[in-house]
Design a protein around this ligand. Sequence first.
Ligand SMILES: [Zn+2]
Length: 145
Amino acid sequence: MLVADSMLGKLARYLRMLGHNVTYIPSDRDDSSIIEEYRDYIILTRDKMLNGRASNSILIKSYMPIDQLREVFPKLPPPEHRPWELCPFCSTELERVPEKTDLPEYVSRIAKEIFVCRKCGRYYWKGTQSANFAKMMEGIGIEIQ
Ligand SMILES: [Zn+2]
């Protein structure tokens, strides 16, 4: 399991889209409580102090999220899930929406397969955004379907 500090929100979303379960640390937490609570996790951090104190952490040096992903992805264990199985915003497993439900009309019109996050209520489907993401991943050597 991965946990990302508050400076790595976009990296966390990318990792979830690739199938990694990522917990997010709110910015008001102090290092000691982070180390205590997440001792069984891999901690991804931009914070050199935290990295120095936690042996289970990986220091992220890059600034841009895509560079951060390129930097850290090869160092991680294989994702627990397949790409697109987790909600990018809250890491909850997505459910396929059965047909003929009360979806927003614009969604049911454009997509065949629709997924919902039961926790935050967001809908997902394959479209331009997912194609762009797959292309972006290909650009840094990560193959997804
Ligand atoms: Zn969600």
